[in-house]
Every structure is written in C-alpha cells, then in structure tokens.
Design a protein around this ligand. Structure first.
Ligand code: NI
Length: 182
C-alpha cells in the first residue's frame, strides 16, 4: 500500500526515532509499504519517520544511481535499529534531494565511509562499513532517524535563500507525483 510522505516541517521528522523489537505491530506490512512507497516515488531511500512512524527503520536502493555511481550496483537493503558507530575518509560533496523536501537539491558534504550496526529484515545483526554512494544514502536516511534532514546540513546563508521555498513546502504548497502529508 502506498503511504503518504510527510513533508519538511512535520513534527515526526524532527523527533529522534526509537529502536524496535521483532514484535513491532504489522512490521512486515509496514516494511513492504515502505519499499512500495519509495519505488513509486522514484526514491533511493526512505525512512520510517517520513511515513509518520518514529522508529529506526529505513530502506535503501541505489539501483537508480548505479549508472552514474557503479559502486551502488546491487545495493538494496533494509536497515533496522541502525546506529552509525564510526565515520571515516575524506568529505565529499553530493547534490542531495529528499522526498520530504520536494524540488530542492543542494550540495551536501559528508564523509566517504561509514560503519553501521543494524539488523536486517530478519532481525539478524550486522556490523559493516559502507562507502561512496551507499554510505551517502545511509547517512542521509540516518539523519531522518535523528530528527534531521539535509536542510540542517546547509549553511545559514543557503537556508536563508531557500526560506520561501521551505515555507511553501511546510505549508503543503508543493506538487508531487506521490501523496504527501504535514
Ligand atoms: Ni530524505
């Protein structure tokens, strides 16, 4: 089922999300809905807070970017209770967008590598390093679990320049091909 995506400014996008246990109600359905909603919106990642659930869950699929970023080939994963424990490598800029912040794309600096402890869709634990475009998607989605968006990473000047667009988004005045919510 397609779920509405909460827009920038929604309180749920500003909360630190909670870990979950395998008995989380209707988890399988929620996970399937998250994948379906992300694909329908042509996203490369979607975090549970973006569909109104303040839990530490996100999905990522770099396939749409694999042509430009071959290191993303085959990167398709579910992350439950993700915690970034280390970041490394040089910082690099990438032009990020977000389904909760439609029609805004901005260069964001982040480290090249990231080490994440997480559970997969079967609640099996993993402790892995990711890099390049995969790390980038994880870092972006991870911010959603921490109650942040890429807008928080921009300079005060950039944010000021985007202010009227952001105000429109947070009052729902933006058209998207997917359903949105405040
Ligand atoms: Ni996002």
């Amino acid at each position: 089922m397609l779920l509405p995506i909460y827009l920038y400014g929604s309180p749920v996008l500003q909360k630190v999300a909670e870990d979950i246990t395998p008995d989380y109600p209707d988890f399988k359905q929620l996970l399937a809905d998250l994948w379906e909603t992300m694909r329908h919106a042509d996203g490369v990642g979607l975090a549970a807070p973006q569909v109104g659930k303040s839990i530490r869950l996100f999905v990522a699929d770099a396939e749409l970017l694999a042509e430009d970023y071959p290191d993303g080939k085959g990167f398709k994963k579910t992350f439950i209770n993700a915690h970034i424990v280390e970041e490394g490598g040089d910082e690099w800029e990438y032009n990020e967008g977000c389904l909760s912040v439609p029609k805004i794309h901005e260069d964001v600096r982040r480290t090249k590598r990231v080490r994440v402890q997480y559970l997969d869709e079967n609640f099996a634990p993993h402790d892995e390093w990711f890099e390049g475009i995969c790390a980038r998607i994880i870092q972006h989605e991870y911010d959603h679990l921490e109650g942040k968006t890429f807008v928080d990473k921009l300079s005060p000047l950039r944010r000021q320049l985007l202010k009227s667009k952001l105000t429109k988004i947070s009052s729902g005045k933006v058209s998207t091909k997917y359903r949105t919510k405040q």
